[in-house]
Design a protein around this ligand. Structure first.
Ligand SMILES: O=P(O)(O)OC[C@H]1O[C@H](O)[C@H](O)[C@@H](O)[C@@H]1O
Length: 185
């Protein structure tokens, strides 16, 4: 029997740091995504500071192939708004996704592009199925990094246009340790 090491390795003792030869690292900085926040000037003022980072493997990118990624979101408030991913729709509703929260606290915000918008609580061990019709965003409401694992189709894509233009219908703020949801319409 030929036995070889696993292609990738995840540090499950806390950081969820991923190791492996062909991993792709992608860091998103506040000066690149300032427009996604309620107070874009406050986000811009943070400059080239990390908002979140993604480390992923994506096989050979064919239609039946899979994406695997670890996302780490910094615990920060931008003029009171909880730090978050940009959020996106998949290219087509047939592309589903799973998220597993391995550390931290927050919400997975889902929006169907119309009237339906709701949030699922994220905490260590919460597993989330994302139906392909929903735009999805992860919000870190905690005091530590929020880390989640994602499994997705390798060709599901990501559409940001509507999110950038009109945003999700709600925004999540934190004041004196209390979560406050505000209408964004
Ligand atoms: O691209 P965003 O909406 O900001 O989300 C950040 C990342 O979160 C997860 O890892 C998803 O699986 C990725 O596809 C996405 O890129």
């Amino acid at each position: 029997m030929k036995i070889i090491p696993a292609k990738y390795h995840l540090d499950l003792s806390g950081s969820a740091y991923m190791e492996g030869e062909d991993l792709i690292h992608n860091t998103t900085y506040f000066d690149e995504v300032a427009d996604y926040y309620a107070n874009a000037n406050a986000a811009q003022a943070r400059g080239h500071q990390e908002s979140y980072r993604v480390c992923y493997a994506i096989g050979n990118r064919t239609m039946t192939d899979l994406y695997y990624g670890t996302t780490t979101i910094q615990p920060l408030l931008i003029d009171g708004e909880c730090n978050m991913t940009k959020g996106h729709f998949h290219d087509e509703p047939k592309y589903m996704e799973y998220y597993l929260c391995v550390k931290g606290n927050g919400y997975l915000l889902k929006w169907d592009g119309d009237e339906t918008c709701f949030a699922e609580e994220m905490k260590q061990g919460s597993l989330h199925y994302i139906e392909g019709k929903y735009a999805h965003r992860v919000i870190n409401t905690g005091e530590e990094e929020l880390i989640f694992l994602a499994v997705d189709s390798a060709t599901g894509g990501a559409k940001y246009d509507r999110i950038k233009e009109v945003g999700f219908p709600v925004r999540c703020f934190k004041q004196d340790g209390k979560i406050i949801w505000k209408d964004n319409r």
